[in-house]
Design a binder for this molecule. Sequence first.
Ligand code: HEM
Length: 414
Amino acid sequence: MSAEKTENLNWIDKRFPLTETWRAHLSEYYAPKNLNFWSFFGSLAILTLVIQIVTGIWLAMSYKPDAGLAFASVEYIMRDVDWGWVIRYMHSTGASAFFIVIYMHMFRGLLWGSYRKPRELLWIIGVVIYLVMMATAFFGYLLPWGQMSYWGAQVIVNLFAAVPGIGEDLSVWVRGDYVISDATLNRFFAFHFLLPFLLVGLVFLHIVALHHVGSNNPDGIEIKQGPKGNKWSDKAPADGIPFHPYYTVKDLMGVVVFLALFSIVMFFMPTFGGLFLEAPNFQPANPMQTPAHIAPVWYFTPFYAMLRAVPPMWDSQFPGVVVMFAAILILFVLPWLDRSPVKSMRYKGPIFKWATAIFAVSFVVLAWLGMQPVSDLYTLLAQIFTTLYFAYFLLMPIYSALDKTKPVPERVTS
Ligand code: HEM
């Protein structure tokens, strides 16, 4: 580095810990040397969050949060704003891409046991992030003011009315009116603009927690507790390599592949067969005409299927609402449900492996069922797969303790 650059850097370092932070979190932050495909999704989650915030701000420059103007303003963005259709499709594709990346990221946590000690808080911050992401997506879904936006919001906000005693007042409070209206649209826009910045803060905490405990790996071995000394430092974990340049370059490769896939969808199939942008949402909201079949976007449908699987009690959908929220809140206690002596699926026994496979299949089947019109057969299937979903968590303290595990090696394997 040139003398002048060094001088400038020294001037900065005396006033801001730039080199120190770079070293502590990148060039001398040692991550396990055997991180694989599953560790792409953290950095891809950061990328999608940035895509959503940047395209969102640009959309907000032309979007009108007014019930009379909202639908037309999205049409205006699509047809008249320079490159408006690209920004809009980046945002709509980005929303689904964000959830695909996050579900892969969370599933990796289940496979590697990255919710176990010492990462319980890292996982819990993750679950809070997931809840805020869902709220952000829900508020955003109303903004185009299309038929599915309007009726989807009507159905979900009506669930608040099922809360015993306070339900009616609560749902009016959330809407700002007796039905979904201009008041609802305005406040949903305000929340949809605000929550992504809360997400940025939560992601910062998430990564601070990660760098404090260190990254897990496919073997579930704590490299910090293993032998010391590698070619970069005598004090560093022997099974660790510097995050920069090794994993920054690797994550960049993941970013390139992701952006290629993202562009193919965005330019050639932005509706993705109606999964990312539903056909009814290309019609303006009509409070007088209920669509034949109302369903939320695919990343909510597993929980929507659970809601519909629970029959109303005393004419109230409250039990279904409880099951739907419990399906997400149970993630907070996961670190304490798993009693297995090992972390990673690699060394767990057949019971845990089958339980995880059945859980994953149940989640995907529930996602599909949540998109289908109601029928007796689908309701029965949804009841079966909802039970299997909860059985994965509620029976885990038993089968994880009974499960016959394999010995975990001393050092990480490839
Ligand atoms: C905006 C959303 C999110 C972002 C930007 C994000 C970012 C990251 C990054 C960069 C890493 C390190 C790289 C990696 O291992 O993948 C990471 C690790 C982790 N994340 Fe997230 N994350 C997000 C959401 C979540 C959610 C929703 C959960 C779980 C509910 C979660 C749980 C974890 C766990 C347990 C680890 C540690 C992984 C390990 O060391 O094995 N994250 N996250």
